[in-house]
Design a protein around this ligand. Structure first.
Ligand code: NDP
Length: 377
């Protein structure tokens, strides 16, 4: 408006040459100020927009990672993706315009590589997490020590924002090592960088999830708790949206968010939904905890592909708990979607090719069908 008022005061000859330039700038450009007062120029223009911000996403090669890298890169932010494995990150390259997604090799024990990954950024997301211990990293290495190294680098380079993705039910008193180490990780992050935004997602569903895909896959679904654990499954796209919003809303700094779906389900209820959607019945085997735990420990140690762990068996006996003091989707003005409304989208690939999703024929269609006799050749 101020630009237009300014033009009105100019002599007519100058107005003609100035008008298009001023209007274009007013329409497309915006200057945002970060939490520490740094001006960020943003220009909207489709895929070639300039988001202005530089964001580092640790753990971008995982399930949730692609949904935040994609959102940031397509709005024109420069996204730094620290990675360990060449093949695991290549799908992220096309999520933004040329030069928007930058890959840097990183090791969680190599402080220099972590510092290199964060030092030019305005915001750092830490999505690194593991459900099971691996040969080189136990849960504490990943959730506590890894977090500590990342947050120390953030504090050292005075990065504007840090968003730490923890887990639902994270508690230091939990019988599960995963939830305990996630809680300690949160504490470590807040003690080094008090403005840390903590995000605790519920079990997430989406195309690459480990929830619907595990229930729909042809292999047997093995549990120990008769699928009785209860939780509020959340759509991964909703979590991605929430993470993106945190970049633009500095009031989320130093807050804790519990991101969970609108409906509480037991695993058995979800299995029933899945069976109905894929029009098949998947076999479920229950092995008692006292047998399953040593078996899972043995398998996790000697089999080199992800096969479950002792702690995952323990987690089946823990229902999701929600911290009533934490903020939720409501505080971000996001309406989370229910799992039931998305099962068709994510599970249609599991339906048998013999299944035709056509509505029953009406009486008229049946009569008309008889009217035509197709003679070919
Ligand atoms: P994934 O397991 O799909 O991805 C985990 C990411 O962490 C990967 O990018 C992986 O890298 C990285 N990572 C793991 N260990 C290491 C390590 N030692 N060094 C470097 N990088 C490592 O997780 P999700 O995307 O599903 O989840 C994201 C976060 O949300 C995690 O912290 C998870 O614990 C948490 N969470 C997830 C839930 C879910 O339902 N999925 C529920 C609750 C919390 P690489 O590809 O190289 O292995």
């Amino acid at each position: 408006r101020s630009g237009v008022a300014l033009i009105a005061q100019l002599p007519t000859s100058t107005r003609v040459s100035t008008l298009p330039k001023v209007c274009r700038r007013n329409l497309n450009q915006d200057v945002r100020i970060t939490r520490t007062g740094k001006p960020i120029l943003t220009v909207s223009g489709g895929r070639s927009s300039l988001g202005g911000y530089t964001a580092t996403v640790f753990g971008a090669t995982g399930f949730l990672g692609r949904y935040i890298v994609n959102r940031l890169a397509r709005s024109g932010c420069t996204v730094v993706v620290p990675f360990r494995e060449e093949m695991a990150k290549r799908h992220l390259k096309v999520s933004g315009d040329l030069g928007r997604v930058i890959f840097l090799e990183m090791d969680l024990r190599n402080t220099a590589s972590i510092e290199e990954s964060v030092r030019h950024s305005d915001i750092v997301y830490n999505l690194i997490g593991r459900d099971y211990p691996t040969k080189n990293f136990d849960l504490e290495d990943v959730h506590v020590e890894g977090t500590e190294r990342i947050v120390e680098a953030i504090a050292k380079y005075d990065i504007d924002r840090y968003v730490h993705v923890s887990s639902h039910s994270a508690s230091k008193e939990s019988p599960s090592e995963f939830y305990r180490t996630k809680a300690v990780g949160e504490e470590v992050a807040r003690s080094i960088y008090p403005e840390t935004t903590i995000v605790r997602p519920a079990p997430m569903f989406g195309f690459e999830d480990r929830l619907l895909n595990a229930l729909a896959s042809p292999s047997n679904f093995i549990t120990s708790n008769w699928m009785q654990e209860r939780f509020w499954p959340v759509h991964v796209i909703d979590v991605g949206m929430a993470l993106e919003q945190m970049l633009h809303d500095d009031t989320t700094a130093a807050e804790t968010f519990e991101l969970y779906g609108p409906v509480n389900y037991s695993m058995a209820e979800i299995a029933e939904l899945v069976d109905r959607e894929i029009v098949k019945h998947r076999r479920h085997i229950n092995i008692p905890k006292r047998l399953m735990k040593p078996l899972a420990r043995y398998m996790n140690k000697y089999i080199w592909w992800p096969i479950g762990s002792e702690d995952q068996v323990e987690r089946e006996f823990i229902d999701q708990t929600i911290d009533p003091t934490a903020k939720t989707f409501k505080d971000l003005n996001i309406e989370p979607v229910d799992l039931k409304s998305m099962t068709y989208e994510y599970l249609k690939g599991y339906r048998s090719s013999q299944y035709y999703d056509l509505p029953p024929m009406t009486e008229r269609e049946r009569r008309e069908e008889k009217k035509y006799l197709h003679v070919i050749d």
